[in-house]
Design a protein. Structure first.
Length: 135
């Protein structure tokens, strides 16, 4: 089995997603140039590093939308987006619906799914809240 060079990068991002991550800061951490890491990541993962960062944040946001009643602006913040308006724009572009529509359409589907993805990096304070609502 071929070990991808970016596997460590993917795992490190998931662990450190709560930090202010940029392509430059990730490249610095792994002692690579931004250009090299961007090309390598695209070649191995099929999407750019910037797109991957947004994908991880979107997964957190989708989970929070269906598992909590947090206001959309709070979901944006808890999903590591700095700007809630940018979050709403990106969410609509990627999901082809607004965050509110997503919540309305999928809000109860998690009740039928016992295996919510445990690899989604949920903020600790939100994780505690989710655990208390599951009991």
């Amino acid at each position: 089995m071929v070990q991808l060079k970016t596997t460590r990068v993917v795992e490190w991002i998931r662990v450190n997603i709560s930090s202010e991550l940029t392509v430059a800061s990730i490249a610095d951490h792994f002692e690579m140039s931004s250009d090299y890491l961007t090309k390598l990541f695209k070649d191995e993962q099929g999407e750019t590093l910037r797109e991957y960062l947004i994908t991880v944040k979107m997964e957190v946001a989708k989970l929070l939308l269906v598992r909590t009643n947090l206001p959309i602006t709070a979901v944006a913040t808890a999903a590591y987006f700095r700007d809630d308006k940018n979050f709403m724009k990106l969410f609509k572009k990627r999901m082809k619906m607004t965050a509110g529509q997503y919540r309305n359409n999928y809000g109860n589907t998690h009740l039928n799914n016992p295996a919510i993805d445990p690899s989604i990096p949920i903020p600790q304070e939100i994780g505690v809240f989710l655990e208390s609502t599951d009991q």
